[in-house]
Ligand binder design. Structure first.
Ligand code: UFG
Length: 340
């Protein structure tokens, strides 16, 4: 297939591009690069991005074209879709920082909703009727219980989660009105890196637990602040469901195959169904690095739910998805290799 991949130099997007190329797809990346170390600082769509060398490596993959541009540029999107006979849109680009979304909600709604709507419309008018959207576990807010099925109530706590949920409604409505086939893949905690060590998680700024913990242990970053030890969890720290970015990439390929065969999917959780506490992650990170993770206790981070763990059964049944590299130790070893 010929695929339009927005945010294709970002963390999840770039791992998907690599998997898509290996599966024989032709890929057109649309990315404004402004979230990358090589790009500017503002207006980022691919918040988690690569440095200049990594961007060149992705763009040099066989069958990949990199177009630097804005997802809200309808004329550009339409011409990319028509010229490349694109049949599916994989929409990874977006604002992802929860804290920023609280301070600047209009920015998150502009990129994650308004410009995404313009992207969808331009692609649809150019004949694209398969859409895979990067959604998030943040659409659930603070869940009543875990594991969380897709049928749980969505009450996002942040403008980030609300903007992602709002775009899911757009896709649902476009499916009814125009017959598009869609999947909104609700990622739990994306982590890890390609096992060959050439691609890594690099957000600007970095706020995620695993890269910060590994960098602290390697002496490349400051001691880690553990945000809260008084949560109602077995050891008092927050519990999350960490899924390897290569497993996420494979799940997108499986979703694409379902859409291609005419099966619309709607929202689907992408997690493992197993939760680990911050403490468990830090202990395993120390074992993997062979050094302790320098750390100090800190107050709770506003907006962090105590536990987020996926009910992963729908993706298993409907996609045949079984995570292969999401064992916590394997995931940390891959992440460590990429940071070394
Ligand atoms: N944490 C720390 N110290 C840090 C960083 C994180 O203790 O320096 C803790 C957090 O409090 C949380 C856990 O580690 O309990 C994981 O935090 P991350 O920042 O790595 O990930 P989040 O769970 O906050 O974020 C993920 C996705 C978001 C999504 C969110 C849904 O990255 O895109 O889940 O709640 F919105």
């Amino acid at each position: 297939m010929s695929l339009l991949v927005t945010g294709g130099v970002g963390f999840v997007g770039s791992h998907f591009v690599r998997a898509a190329v290996e599966a024989g797809h032709h890929v057109v990346i649309l990315d404004d690069l402004s979230g990358s170390a090589a790009g500017g600082a503002s207006g980022s769509q691919a918040e988690c991005s690569a440095d200049g060398e990594a961007i060149s490596r992705i763009a040099a993959l066989p069958g990949v074209t990199l177009q630097v541009g804005d997802i809200g540029d309808s004329a550009l999107v339409a011409s990319l879709c028509r010229q490349n006979r694109v049949s599916a849109l994989l929409h990874f680009a977006g604002k992802i920082q929860v804290g920023e979304s609280v301070r600047r909600p209009e920015l998150h709604f502009d990129v994650n909703f308004t410009r995404a709507l313009s992207l969808l419309e331009a692609a649809r008018h150019a004949g694209v009727d398969n859409v895979v959207f990067s959604s998030t576990a943040a659409v659930y807010g603070t869940p009543g219980h875990v594991p969380i099925p897709e049928s749980a109530r969505c009450e996002p706590d942040s403008p980030y989660g609300r903007s992602k949920r709002a775009f899911e409604w757009v896709l649902l409505s476009a499916a009814v009105a125009h017959g598009i086939k869609w999947a909104a893949l609700r990622y739990f905690n994306a982590a890890g890196a390609h096992p060959d060590g050439t691609m890594r998680e690099a957000h600007h700024p970095e706020t995620h637990l695993i890269p910060l913990a590994l960098d602290a242990a390697l002496g490349k970053g400051p001691p880690l602040s553990v945000f809260g030890s008084d949560y109602p969890t077995p050891d008092g720290t927050c519990v999350r469901d960490y899924i390897h970015v290569c497993d996420l990439a494979q799940a997108h390929l499986l979703a694409l195959r379902q859409l291609e065969h005419g099966h619309s999917l709607g929202p689907l959780n992408l997690g493992t169904g197993t939760g680990y506490s911050v403490r468990q992650v830090l202990d395993t990170a120390a074992e993997v690095v062979g050094r302790p993770v320098p750390q100090s206790m800190a107050p709770r981070r506003p907006g962090d739910p105590p536990q987020l763990v996926a009910d992963a059964s729908s993706a298993r049944k409907r996609l045949g998805f079984a995570p292969a590299r999401s064992d916590l130790r394997v995931l940390l070893e891959d992440a460590l290799r990429s940071r070394r």
